[in-house]
Write a protein that binds this ligand. Structure first.
Ligand code: SDX
Length: 429
């Protein structure tokens, strides 16, 4: 897509730069030739004003609170579709027909088992290892078990690796959970849908039959849809950068999972629930609001704020509705954490600090309450986020690899260190 040009005056020189216009959203100024023409770099450490790529997958309007997957509003996908349909959409760019959906479900279902020796790989971890440490390790280890789908120049191998990761991530996440609770791994069951299969692999035990609760399975499937992709967030950008060097797909997704683990990103759901537990009761909320506003206090309201959303995160609204659905299904009448979350949101949204800084609840604010009610330990929340985000990472990685203009990503810097100087022997220092 192209538009007009912009001009930059640097040291008395005028530099023309093309303005490229997308289908919707902000245009971009192509600065690709800036260094060659001026000897200067642009400077944007947090990438607050930088578009790192062109993409057709996900669109976010942070001011309007809009999220589109391939043009479809997240609210409609969450309401009417299922997670594997969203996976197909993100990967292929169009909603599947009935036969395409059936074929996709069939192929994913038949790739859910992992190489039996991966079970032995897990035995190397301490039982008290954080599930994300196990996930990052085991996703990376997939390149040691699936050599026949690591050649990124082969479209067939790229497709096989993609299907393997989407299909096996629930199995790996369930194994990470079972390992930390000391229970035997549960094999996938092909007769179950994707999310019901995951719930059974997590919560079934050999000693008795396990019946999947369809309301909880539908709720978790919707939660996966909400987490599937989100434009060029930190973990997706990590996957793209890792992929730009030609690293194999499993290594790239492992890098994305490692980045997602951070509390400022996908680790926020775990941190948000711990924060709600620390607050404990609505009486303590004012103290924590004051801490969040105190410049000298590093405390932040976890699950609040977003780099892009300066309005309510549309996923948080759907998340909140799902929370009530799950608590009702489980007969949890008054969850003290939910009471704290609702009151904290009410107070924060009426506080001038949060209003001025446009801090709203994000997807991580309510997810923890829902996942805890479903029986997941707090330490598993980010692993569930990684499970769902795998398809987004893969779709973005695939788009990058298939872009003929793709080059290795290699940012530059503003150097403020020591200028060149002579080495001094130790006796003269
Ligand atoms: C995810 O990018 C994505 O799309 C991510 C994600 C996805 O789907 O991939 O949406 C998933 O990561 C959601 C965000 C989860 N993180 C949290 O909930 C952690 C708490 N939130 C913050 O750490 C923060 O809001 C970020 C990291 C989410 C955004 O950081 P920014 O855009 O760099 O904003 P900032 O840190 O520059 O904050 C702007 C101002 C600052 O005050 P000033 O320095 O301007 O005075 O707002 C304040 C911050 O102090 N602020 C907060 C706050 N978040 C920002 N103050 C209190 N509590 C908070 N949560």
């Amino acid at each position: 897509m192209s538009g007009t040009t912009s001009q930059l005056q640097v040291d008395g020189k005028t530099v023309d730069m093309a303005i490229k216009t997308g289908s919707i959203g902000p245009s971009v100024i192509d600065i690709g030739k800036l260094y060659a023409q001026t000897g200067m770099f642009t400077y944007d450490p947090g990438f607050t004003s930088t578009a790192a790529c062109e993409s057709q997958i996900t669109y976010i309007d942070g001011d309007e609170g809009v999220l589109l997957y391939r043009g479809y509003p997240i609210e409609q996908l969450a309401e009417h579709g299922d997670f594997l349909e969203t996976c197909y959409l993100l990967l292929e760019g169009e909603l599947p027909t009935a036969s395409q959906k059936a074929d996709f479900d069939y192929r994913v279902t038949r790739h859910t088992m992992v190489h039996e020796q991966m079970a032995r790989f897990f035995q190397g971890f301490r039982r008290d290892a954080h599930p994300m440490a196990v996930m990052v390790g085991s996703i990376g280890a997939m390149s040691a078990f699936y050599h026949d789908s690591t050649d990124i120049s082969d479209p067939h191998q790229r497709m096989v690796a993609s299907m393997r990761m989407i299909a096996k991530m629930p199995t790996l996440a369930a194994m990470a959970y079972k390992y930390t609770v000391g229970q035997p791994f549960v094999y996938p069951l092909n007769s179950l849908d994707y999310t019901s299969n995951f719930l059974r692999m997590c919560f079934a035990v050999p000693a008795e039959e396990y019946k999947v609760n369809p309301v909880l399975s539908r709720a978790l499937d919707r939660i996966f849809i909400l987490h599937a992709d989100h434009e060029q967030n930190a973990s997706t950008s990590t996957v793209r950068l890792a992929g730009s060097s030609g690293a194999n797909p499993f290594a790239c997704i492992a890098a994305g999972a490692a980045c997602l683990w951070g509390p400022a990103h996908g680790g926020a759901n775990e941190a948000a629930l711990k924060m709600l537990e620390e607050i404990g009761s609505v009486d303590n909320i004012p103290k924590y609001i004051a801490k969040a506003k105190d410049k000298n206090d590093p405390f932040r309201l976890m699950g609040f704020g977003h780099r892009v959303y300066k309005n309510y995160d549309p996923r948080a609204k759907i998340m909140q509705k799902t929370t009530h659905e799950v608590l009702n299904e489980l007969g949890i009448k008054d969850d003290p954490l939910l009471d704290v979350a609702i009151e904290l949101e009410r107070i924060a949204l009426s506080d001038s600090y949060f209003i001025e800084k446009k801090l709203y609840p994000n997807i991580d604010f309510y997810s923890g309450i829902t996942l805890k009610a479903m029986g997941f330990p707090t330490s598993m929340f980010t692993a569930l986020f990684a499970l769902a985000r795998t398809v987004g990472w893969i779709a973005q990685w695939k788009e990058m690899i298939e872009d003929p203009s793709q080059r290795i990503g290699r940012p530059r810097q503003l150097y403020t260190g020591a200028p060149a100087r002579e080495y001094a022997p130790i006796g003269r220092r």
